[in-house]
Design a protein around this ligand. Structure first.
Ligand code: UD1
Ligand code: CA
Length: 468
């Protein structure tokens, strides 16, 4: 349906989200690592082109706009939020040129493109003025209820909001998802008939069902296959529940593809993460953003990996933090290693206990196993970085690079003051402070010479016993 000019999508996203008790606009709260509104836009973009998607924004409009501007959707301002019906009134000009519109709610984020398509197909086949996507969740409380003419009929009499339900209506289990299809002409013809004569003193879009029906138009309902997909996020508890649903789905998807995840309910995995078969993920691991992990890896507990590419056969031990970095096949990381952005760990390289890297490239088989900081550094193939080595990359104003060639041995507790180069095969004595380049094959020692005074201890003891 891409580029189909007769259909637009309107996403209602102007509300404050009072029930969240938050400074942040509701639609910018995140589940699955992404704002609610971004989820809805992603689903809508599979149905119509982004240029035909209109987000109605109002509360903290600039912030909302900035967060999703890259998606290419258009914006309609609802300066004062006077209800969902008013939101559509504000979009009047935007939608006037389209024959049909689909209305989505910015706080119903799990909706899938397939279900939007299903609503759209049903709407067309029924030739209705309004089609309501409904569901029958285990707990309908809080949602508007859909009153059908009879249980088996698609025809709808009205939608009644929770607060206005009569006791018999409270037994109705079919809820309004807040997602609709409209024929634009009848919608616009009757839109101004909405009144704020209700519990919230707002213009309810839901009242269009009764209004259109009274005007002799067809109003029908279609039930979504999965009620979980149309649940709203009005409170933090509801948000967290939707987040859990998404994470569980992500873990299931990976497990179905041959990845072992122990205690998946403790892991946080973003929707776009990819992991190859035979990789094992221990409890309490987070895989975030656009992370890619190869086959036969072991990711041990309490590790967080964000936007990284990890090869095959990699071992990442407990408690590591990896961000915007790459790790080659067969590498071993951790425990407690921190790979900061721009780290490139080569094949079979080791980055061990309490090692921090930033914009550091380690060649094949290079090792930095203990208590090291490698910032703005290059370490050639097979080089060994001793315990406690530090690249001093910052002079207080600018960052400088440390270049370490292939097969270099840097003794423990050495500091390399950048910019500095250590050429292939060189040796650095332990405890050195290296400020000058070291040529290939040389030994550099930059430390105070040791003084040894034989018998000094006994002599001092003797001195201390004899008062002066
Ligand atoms: C709405 C429906 C209810 C349905 C539920 C499904 C109405 C009156 N009720 O209730 O029948 O069961 O959704 O989730 O529509 N918004 C605006 N401008 C406004 C007010 C709201 O853009 O002036 C946006 C909100 O940001 C939100 C969406 O519309 O994304 C729904 O508003 P909300 O206040 O959450 O409606 P509900 O009470 O959940
Ligand atoms: Ca809602």
């Amino acid at each position: 349906m891409e580029g189909n000019a007769k259909l637009a999508v309107v996403i209602m996203a102007a509300g404050k989200g009072t029930r969240l008790k938050s400074q942040r606009p509701k639609v910018l709260h995140e589940i699955g690592g992404k704002p609610l509104l971004a989820h809805v836009i992603a689903a809508a973009s599979q149905v119509v082109a982004p240029g035909d998607i209109y987000a109605v924004i109002g509360h903290q409009a600039e912030r909302v706009k900035a967060a999703v501007a890259a998606s290419g959707v258009r914006f309609v301002e609802q300066t004062e939020q006077r209800g969902t019906g008013h939101a559509i009134q504000c979009a009047r000009e935007a939608i006037a040129g389209y024959e049909y519109i689909l209305v989505l709610s910015g706080d119903v984020p799990l909706i899938r493109a397939e279900t939007i398509e299903q609503l759209w197909q049903f709407h067309q086949s029924e030739q209705a003025a309004m089609t309501i996507l409904t569901a029958a969740p285990p707990c309908p409380t809080g949602y508007g209820r859909v009153l059908r003419q009879s249980p088996d009929s698609p025809e709808v009499e009205a939608i009644v909001e929770q607060k206005s339900l009569t006791p018999p209506q409270q037994t109705v289990r079919e809820i309004n998802s807040g997602i609709y299809a409209f024929k634009t002409a009848p919608l616009l013809a009757h839109l101004d008939k909405l009144t704020a004569n209700n519990a919230h003193r707002e213009l309810y879009l839901t009242d269009m069902a009764g209004l259109l029906r009274a005007a002799g138009e067809r109003v029908v309902a279609v039930e979504a296959a999965e009620a979980a997909e149309v649940l709203g996020a009005n409170t933090i508890a509801e948000l967290v529940a939707l987040d859990s649903t998404l994470r569980a789905a992500a873990a299931s998807r990976l497990m179905a593809a041959g990845v072992t995840i122990f205690r998946p309910e403790t892991c946080v995995i973003d929707a776009e993460v990819e992991v190859a078969p035979d990789t094992v993920i221990e409890p309490f691991v987070q895989l975030l953003g656009l992370t890619r992990i190869g086959a036969e890896c072991l990711i041990r507990s309490y590790t967080v990996i964000e936007n990284c590419t990890v090869g095959d056969n990699v071992l990442i031990r407990q408690g590591c933090v990896l961000a915007e970095s790459t790790v080659g096949d067969g590498a071993k990381i951790g425990p407690f290693a921190h790979l900061r952005p721009g780290s490139q760990i080569g094949e079979d390289a080791h980055v061990g206990n309490f090692v921090e890297t930033k914009k550091a490239r380690l060649g094949k088989g290079a090792k930095a196993n203990h208590l090291t900081y490698l910032g703005d550094a290059e370490v050639g193939e097979g080089s060994n970085i001793g315990a406690g080595v530090i690249t001093c990359n910052y002079d207080g104003v600018r960052k400088h690079t440390t270049k370490i060639g292939k097969g270099v041995f840097v003794g423990s507790d050495s500091t390399l003051v950048a910019p500095v180069t250590v050429e292939d095969g060189a040796y650095i004595g332990a405890g050195s402070c290296i400020t000058k380049d070291v040529p290939a094959g040389a030994l550099a020692v930059g430390r105070v010479r040791q003084i040894t005074k034989e018998g000094w201890v006994a002599a001092r003891r003797a001195r201390q016993k004899t008062p002066e």
